[in-house]
Design a protein around this ligand. Structure first.
Ligand code: FPP
Length: 256
């Protein structure tokens, strides 16, 4: 699939990826699971370049979930070191490409100090870039994110009747993050697995059997082609349907 086949006027502004299947990819080749993660780096950077080429504004990738701590200690250790290693080796390249790096997730004591430092370095280095934002979900859980937002609301002493959807949205890990238009999950699993729970409410979901290490920008473009064939109604009726107009439905939906 090539970019020329896409409608460049309707590229999703925010694409979110669950980079799944690294371990199975490696095991099916008789390799240790960690080799699958290593192979996933090339997929990630090809997707970043491909997204830049067609004008995607935000790309969010699931690098480490709050559930990933339950993996065997040596795999957890590998993933922590590997994330540090990628940040060190590739931050300058991301910077040259004009990518702004952000992180979403819990900064708790389980995340090594050195990794937190490298995250902050990458954020600072790239903070003025504007071609695309790469949000890396690290020690991220969608329920934890909502819990943390609710804690912030309670700490602020808000009264129940003051609380709207906006109250929560403004307290998510990155309040500037737009809701994903498209979520891609590789490797044959059809679940969201606690990824960006709040924002995914109206996202188009795309699942592919391709394992993450085999995923390339052409696969991203295929996902976007399918996305462009879908009709996003956000709870309304189709524009030419027999029902009320979008405007009157939106008005009756309250704070939507
Ligand atoms: C899921 O595959 C993948 C991960 C848990 C990690 C993916 C991380 C990277 C590709 C590196 C990202 C790093 C940065 C700095 C953005 P899995 O192990 O769950 O595969 P399986 O389902 O086959 O077991």
């Amino acid at each position: 699939m090539i970019a020329a086949a896409l409608d460049l006027e309707r590229v999703p502004a925010h694409v979110a990826c669950v980079m799944d299947g690294n371990g199975r990819w490696a095991q099916s080749r008789g390799l240790p699971r960690t080799e699958g993660h290593r192979a996933g780096e090339e997929a990630l950077f090809d997707v970043v370049e491909g997204a830049l080429d067609i004008g995607v504004e935000w790309l969010t990738v699931y690098a480490f979930s709050t559930e990933n701590w339950r993996r065997p200690a040596d795999e957890v250790r590998f993933l922590l070191d590997f994330n540090e290693d990628i940040l060190l080796r590739r931050r300058d390249e991301l910077h040259q490409w004009g990518v702004r790096v952000r992180f979403v997730g819990r900064r708790d004591q389980r995340v090594p100090k050195r990794l937190l430092g490298l995250m902050d370095d990458a954020i600072r280095l790239t903070e003025h870039n504007s071609r695309m934002t790469l949000a890396i979900a690290f020690n991220y859980g969608g329920r934890a994110e909502i819990v943390d937002a609710v804690r912030a609301v309670v700490s602020a002493g808000m009264r129940p009747e003051q609380i709207t959807e906006r109250t929560i949205a403004r307290r998510l890990y990155d309040p500037e993050m737009p809701e994903p238009d498209l979520m891609i999950r590789t490797s044959g699993e059809s679940r969201t697995s606690n990824f960006l729970l709040w924002g995914l409410a109206y996202s188009e979901l795309y699942f592919t059997d391709t394992a993450w290490p085999d995923f390339r920008r052409g696969d991203l473009y295929e996902a976007i082609r399918v996305y462009q064939e879908r009709e996003r109604r956000f709870g309304r009726l189709a524009p030419n349907g027999a029902g009320p107009s979008n405007a009157s439905v939106a008005a009756s939906n309250g704070d939507g």
